[in-house]
Design a protein around this ligand. Structure first.
Ligand SMILES: Cc1cc2nc3c(=O)[nH]c(=O)nc-3n(C[C@H](O)[C@H](O)[C@H](O)COP(=O)(O)OP(=O)(O)OC[C@H]3O[C@@H](n4cnc5c(N)ncnc54)[C@H](O)[C@@H]3O)c2cc1C
Length: 415
């Protein structure tokens, strides 16, 4: 949605910044203005879930690498593993400025937001030294092999086997909905190592090398016609012993750590989303102002104005929630409560935002990608369809509500 109006008026940075941070922010802003890549002559994906072609991938990978090499990526990773040293204020500033500028997203999102913190928590020194830096620079892309045809919401019923053999493990099974597997060098793989143990205790967590023999990657197509995810078949594929993360049988616990980050504990991801969503909301305001219905601007209609205001209030709540979640003292009683709510909030907000845009467009929302008459190049109906990826991926809204009900509110278990 590059061509739409900027969102300065709808964004706020909160409390006053120190002189040092103001200077840092100015530097980041200037660097982005000088280096943000031009819009390419091919269609870009709307998020990391839809990266399909080599051209899209190369464009996005180059951008992440450039940002890393400029010293603006990796403020949540210690220097000895290739990061900038942990500095959440600077990280937050970079994320806000990227969102504000409408800069491209990072293609290695799974690695940055979920894999890196998991490896930093459970990895050996060798694993951290070998794997973290190349994921920051986007030299090595990661995918996530958790879901299977019979194991999505009920992840613990997964059947993929990793059998211990001389020097490592052999993997047999079937993963599905595997985002970015077609570009990935590594997969975080959850597999069953002990079929005799209970459904949780029999699972182990691996850092699986995708360039191994016996791995078949088959692309799947989404309802927009775009790709981005795959099914991955393992046919007796070998991985060495040091692929194991943590201990055998510890897989469920480690997977829950990854999912906690995926579902909102990655604070930088939340701030970037809030900034990007503020921009999208400004673009919707511009659309409402410029679209005529029955000879009058849609913006004159009290119902549309009311829904727009509701979205703005919702976004402010999400933004402030993300800020609050980053202050340990405010969340000490329930460290992950806000994070657990965040996924439901942001994903459903995006759905409502895109749906409202499609209602504003009326019949013109039917005009699809490639149609010269489609308003905003059909990015709104495309956004509505793609928004379902976020209310399903990483745990559906229903599952998230169950988790919030049980673990935050202390309600009885659903089953
Ligand atoms: C765009 C996209 C990208 C994805 N990328 C990845 C990836 O990279 N790696 C990966 O491993 N997986 C990925 N997934 C898979 C995703 O995690 C699963 O789709 C999700 O966990 C739901 O599982 P399922 O599809 O098997 O649906 P099911 O679990 O079969 O659920 C079907 C419906 O039943 C509801 N339901 C199920 N159980 C309950 C319950 N206990 N209470 C209330 N309602 C319930 C669900 O909410 C849902 O509406 C991706 C999915 C999408 C859409």
């Amino acid at each position: 949605m590059e061509s739409r109006q900027s969102s300065q008026s709808l964004q706020s940075t909160g409390s006053p910044e120190s002189a040092e941070h103001r200077q840092f922010r100015a530097g980041v802003r200037a660097w982005i203005a000088d280096n943000k890549p031009a819009q390419p002559d091919f269609m870009l994906p709307q998020s990391f879930l839809e990266v399909e072609t080599e051209a899209q991938f190369d464009y996005l990978r180059r951008w992440q690498k450039q940002l890393y090499e400029a010293g603006y990526l990796g403020f949540d990773v210690p220097r000895e593993y290739g990061g900038q040293g942990v500095d959440s204020a600077r990280q937050s500033i970079v994320q806000q400025e990227l969102g504000r500028a409408g800069a491209p997203f990072f293609v290695n999102q799974i690695a940055l937001q979920w894999v890196a913190p998991t490896i930093l928590t459970y990895g050996t020194e060798e694993q951290k030294k070998r794997l973290i830096q190349p994921l920051l620079s986007a030299d090595e892309i990661w995918c996530q092999g958790f879901s299977e045809p019979g194991a999505g919401s009920d992840l613990a019923s997964l059947q993929t086997r990793a059998n211990a053999v001389e020097g490592g493990y052999r993997v047999t099974g079937h993963k599905v909905w595997t985002t970015l597997a077609h570009f990935a060098r590594w997969m975080i793989l959850l597999a069953r190592t002990d079929p005799e143990a209970d459904r949780y205790g029999g699972l182990s967590y691996f850092l699986f090398p995708m360039d191994t023999d016996g791995v078949v990657i088959q692309p799947l197509v989404k309802m927009t016609g775009e790709g981005g995810f795959n099914q991955v078949l393992f046919e007796d594929a070998f991985m060495p012993s040091d692929s194991l993360l943590g201990a055998e049988g510890q897989g469920w616990k480690i997977a829950m750590t990854t999912l906690t980050f995926e579902r909102g504990a990655a604070q930088s991801q939340n701030r970037e989303r809030a900034a990007a969503d503020a921009r999208a909301l400004s673009e919707l305001v511009a659309l409402v102002r410029s679209t005529m219905r029955d000879g009058r601007p849609v913006g004159d209609d009290a119902l549309f104005r009311d829904r727009l205001a509701a979205l703005w209030i919702e976004l402010e709540a999400i933004r402030l929630g993300a800020r609050r979640a980053s202050v340990a003292g405010l969340t000490a009683d329930h460290p992950h409560a806000l994070a657990m709510m965040h996924k439901v909030e942001f994903s459903e907000f995006r759905q409502r935002l895109n749906r409202l845009a499609c209602e504003v467009l009326g019949p013109e929302a039917m005009l699809w990608l490639g149609d010269a008459n489609a308003p905003d190049r059909a990015e709104w109906p495309r956004g509505l369809m793609n928004s379902y990826g976020f209310t399903i991926g990483g745990g559906t809204s229903e599952i998230q509500r169950n988790i919030v009900g049980e673990r935050v509110l202390g309600l009885p278990k659903s089953k």
